[in-house]
Ligand binder design. Sequence first.
Ligand SMILES: [Zn+2]
Length: 250
Amino acid sequence: MHAIATSAKRAVSTLTDVLWPGRSLVSGEPARGALSAEDFAALRFLTGALCQSCARPQEVDLGAGTICVVCQARTPLWRRAHAALVYDDVSRVPILGLKRAGRRDGLKVMANWMVAAARDSLERADLIVPVPLHYFRLVRRGYNQSGWLASAVGAQAGVKVAHGLVKRVRATPSQAGLNARARHRNVQGAFGVSESAAKRVAGASIVLVDDVMTTGATLKAVTRALLNAGAKEVNIVVLARVVKPEEITI
Ligand SMILES: [Zn+2]
């Protein structure tokens, strides 16, 4: 019975491949699975010496507990931040596929990378929360890519995901094209936690999920809303992180 089910499944998947061949998340070329070996090799994973507060790569490995000069000058509101990939011309393609085209077939593999990068914070997490879209943008787009990533990460890490816990209380113009200072001003006070939702937040260790960290302005604003609502701590998990300011194109 099991063998029949397996061979039936294989037949269906072969048929699906013929009717709708898989495409690489990076090159867009037909591929078996989400990535070819070359695509995988082209992605820059954030490993090695990283700032534990913001996941910025460090030139010198000072061991666990390294904090970069930026975070030393101004301690982030969140406890730790984790990022799986460097945001660059290669990782940009699957991220925009997710964000703009609603391509979901890479979610599992992306969540896998995020879980591996953020094990420390996920092990202590009570709740995963995605960065929300404003209602109007959600209605127009039809989905929130951060919500998809949060669900996929939650399923793999075995942590509950709370959608809709944090709300955008103010619609904000897109962050694209703004410099760091303008980005912070743009999202300041844009997020809130309702009184009923605050009961779930109070005393909880929360993992906040987004697709990309650019300047961290949005993540900071959401973190502030969660801490104001009584969260014990907030940790950040993103798929990719902008490492150089000139890479802020999203
Ligand atoms: Zn740092």
